[in-house]
Design a protein around this ligand. Structure first.
Ligand code: MG
Length: 337
């Protein structure tokens, strides 16, 4: 998917002048005329799964992609493609879920489109949500704090390319829950302990971190490809190495067991309610403490740091060795978002 996007999509659509954060940055969203813009299609299968549904993901996914640039999301557009045979009961369940998630995130769906297609392989419906976000005082305050510790810090947004040697990296909670919850619903597997998706909008949490602590320089929601893919994106775009510690990465015991049974790596499994945060070293502990006072971030950890000593992503394992964390090859679990 990564090379498909680079080789074809960027080749045809990239190179647009006067776009502050352009397509080829391949960040979570673009910035044009000071507006953060994002579009995301959701094709999760099945459309209802433990802990969430396609409507919940469709709103939270786009909100989170806008929020991780440091922007305040405020309006969404929604394109619904419904498969013939989707029941009105299920349709209303999805719409109600989208409405609830919008309320939680403080955003509104203000335009959109609905199409019905013949029965085929959609699995009920596919939802595209696009959204816009704006700068606010929380982002300005956050950048001011970052500048106190890094005088050469001139960026206007929180980008994957902003990490520097010594920055700390945090994750807001356990990884792998969402992908394993959807996989268990896809395959009818029962891991016995109720693994649920972590899907949720994180914009209020993120805005609170920016306004109350600050010093955040890079953020990403580790969706498809999981933590492994997100850390590699940070490393490549920021031209730094990332050293992480296995014993610091929070993974639920039952998710770990499920991954071992299925031959999957929890670091490569997608999440829908987690954020990875790169922050100046001096503010890392404060960011951690604030995260831990919140419901969404109570299991947050500092999982590593950026370093100029090497390139790529490495993990100190619990047995004492070092392991290279590469980008996942293919989709370990298909159609999870
Ligand atoms: Mg993202």
């Amino acid at each position: 998917m990564h090379s498909l996007v680079k080789k074809y999509i960027v080749r045809y659509f990239g190179g647009t002048a006067k776009v502050e954060v352009p397509l080829e940055a391949l960040d979570d969203a673009a910035v044009v005329n000071d507006i953060v813009l994002k579009s995301d299609s959701h094709a999760v299968k099945p459309i209802f799964f433990p802990g969430g549904d396609i409507g919940h993901i469709a709103v939270a996914g786009t909100v989170n992609d806008i929020a991780v640039l440091g922007a305040e999301p405020y309006a969404l557009a929604c394109g619904l493609i419904l498969e013939e045979g989707l029941t009105l009961t299920d349709f209303e369940r999805i719409l109600s879920s989208m409405q609830q998630t919008c309320l939680k995130a403080g955003v509104s769906i203000v335009t959109g489109d609905t199409k019905v297609v013949e029965k085929g392989s959609l699995g009920g419906c596919v939802i595209n949500t696009s959204g816009i976000g704006r700068r606010n005082t929380a982002l300005e305050k956050n950048l001011q704090v970052a500048k106190q510790f890094r005088s050469d810090f001139k960026v206007r947004w929180i980008l994957d390319s902003n990490l520097r040697d010594g920055d700390k990296i945090l994750v807001s909670g356990t990884v792998g829950d969402h992908g394993i919850a959807v996989l268990s619903a896809q395959e009818g597997l029962n891991f016995g302990s109720g693994i649920r998706s972590d899907v949720k909008p994180l914009n209020r949490l993120i805005q609170c971190l920016l306004a109350e602590v600050g010093g955040v320089v890079a953020m990403k929601d580790p969706t498809r490809g999981g933590l492994a893919d997100a850390l590699n994106e940070f490393s490549e775009k920021s031209h730094v190495g990332i050293l992480t510690s296995e014993d610091k990465i929070p993974v639920r015991k039952d998710v770990q067991v499920a991954c071992e049974m299925l031959g999957l790596d929890p670091l490569e499994i997608g999440n829908e309610g987690k954020v990875i945060i790169g922050v100046v070293r001096e503010k890392a502990e404060e960011v951690l403490q604030l995260l831990r006072t919140t419901e969404e971030g109570k299991e947050a950890e500092i999982i590593g740091e950026a370093t100029a000593d090497f390139t790529g992503v490495a993990m100190q394992t619990v047995v004492g060795g070092k392991r290279i964390i590469s980008r996942p090859v293919g989709d370990p679990v298909p159609r999870i978002c």
